[in-house]
Design a protein around this ligand. Structure first.
Ligand code: ZN
Length: 79
């Protein structure tokens, strides 16, 4: 098991219980053009290193949570 995700409702759980929701990024302004919204929704930086991510606990409490993870080592960084 590569790492555990600490769900505030369920405790430390396997990442296989979650669905990856993508990296956290700032949404475009409400009046932004279609390209800006498509880029926001469908393009990912897919970076190597530390990033903030959304995870959905599909096999648990069905809540979204935000974690900071090193994408190379899978280390979860506590805030
Ligand atoms: Zn949970």
């Amino acid at each position: 098991m590569p790492f555990l995700i600490d769900c505030p409702n369920c405790g430390r759980r396997s990442p296989y219980e979650f669905k990856f929701g993508g990296e956290c990024k700032r949404a475009p302004d409400p009046g932004a053009d279609v390209k800006a919204w498509c880029d926001y929704l469908y393009l990912y930086e897919n970076m190597s290193g530390v990033q903030d991510e959304w995870w959905y606990h599909t096999m648990g409490c069905r809540s979204w949570l935000k974690i900071r993870r090193n994408t190379v080592t899978h280390e979860i960084i506590e805030e």
